[in-house]
Design a protein. Sequence first.
Length: 129
Amino acid sequence: MNAICLAQGLMSGGRSGARAALARFWQAVAESSPFQQGGNGSAMAPALKLMLQWTDHLSPEQLNPFDLNPLRDILGDQIDFANLRRHSPVKLFIAATHANSGKLRVFRNAELSVDALLASACLPSTAAS
């Protein structure tokens, strides 16, 4: 995420653009959290614990049937992937690991997409033994 934001900012405004892009991205991520400090955040903890228990029994599609993904929305709003594929000021290498095979895939500038970036951010799940 940082590399993509840095490249986007460099492309649009040099070093100060890169700092602004990083700040804007992480601020948007923080603001998208339903578990923020204060207000209702502490009331969400039991619901989160219950949801996490269901992750062992339900697929991601079953837990999120409407495919809500605030991170995808933030990236789509803030990053111009088409322009980065053509004009990134830096070489980018985004790595993702296939969950079932463990095989590494490296995405280069010409392959940049929101899906590739989201794949690089996924943590593999571990099966309970």
